[in-house]
Write a protein of this length. Structure first.
Length: 226
């Protein structure tokens, strides 16, 4: 188990903070990787891992896993970088895209790079226009959220972002209609299963017995859920 420790110098507020890694063989300087001889772990203060530190670690791991040998890890790393949309990951994404052979994973990395470019204030207008086109092709609610702040930008960025969001809205509306039709067919099939059950029960018994009908309906719902 490794733990991170840092040395605190209370006598000088502007003194640099050194970061060390606790390994099985002793302390190691996190900056250089050299063994930290002559430093006691008891004199160091353990780094407290809060949400901000966890987010920074996740973003760093996502950038490192872009070069993993496992394609699933590379794809997961591309998704993590897309959600983080950290501009500092652009150089790593450029190297990973150049080395990637799988077209689907390369597409995911390109989309992650586009998300990072939209969050980079120093990116050129041409790069952001290309990133907006990539987000429009990706579609989905997440892409729309990334494009929404760009509506306030002057043309051509604002115009391109608005056009891309309109395209995404049409896609979402289309899939919403398909989803409603699917839910309607699913509910209708359950009701169709319940109706023959009631009809058979009433026809056999010759009496309208709602208790038997409810049991048949429960069986229909159970079959649908399973």
């Amino acid at each position: 188990m490794r733990s991170f420790r840092r040395s605190m110098m209370a006598s000088c507020m502007r003194a640099p903070i050194a970061l060390f890694v606790q390994t099985a063989s002793g302390l190691v300087d996190a900056r250089t990787g050299d063994p930290a001889s002559g430093i006691s772990a008891a004199a160091l203060k353990k780094v407290r891992v809060n949400n901000r530190v966890r987010e920074a670690i996740d973003e760093a791991l996502g950038a490192l896993r872009l070069f993993a040998s496992d394609p699933a890890q590379r794809r997961a790393a591309a998704e993590a970088v897309f959600h983080a949309h950290d501009p500092h990951a652009i150089p790593a994404l450029d190297r990973a895209i150049a080395a990637e052979k799988d077209p689907e994973i390369r597409r995911d990395m390109t989309e992650a790079r586009a998300a990072a470019l939209l969050a980079a204030p120093e990116a050129s207008a041409e790069d952001k226009l290309a990133a907006i086109a990539t987000m429009a092709a990706r579609g989905g609610v997440e892409s729309r959220v990334l494009l929404e702040p760009l509506q306030q930008e002057p043309p051509p960025l604002g115009t391109a972002a608005t056009t891309a969001m309109d395209s995404i809205d049409r896609q979402l509306q289309f899939w919403g209609v398909i989803q409603s039709i699917y839910y309607g067919i699913s509910l209708g099939s359950v009701l169709l299963l319940a109706a023959p059950g009631l009809a058979v029960t009433f026809g056999v018994m010759g009496v309208i017995n709602m208790a038997h009908g409810e049991m048949v309906m429960l069986g229909a719902y159970t079959t649908f859920v399973v």
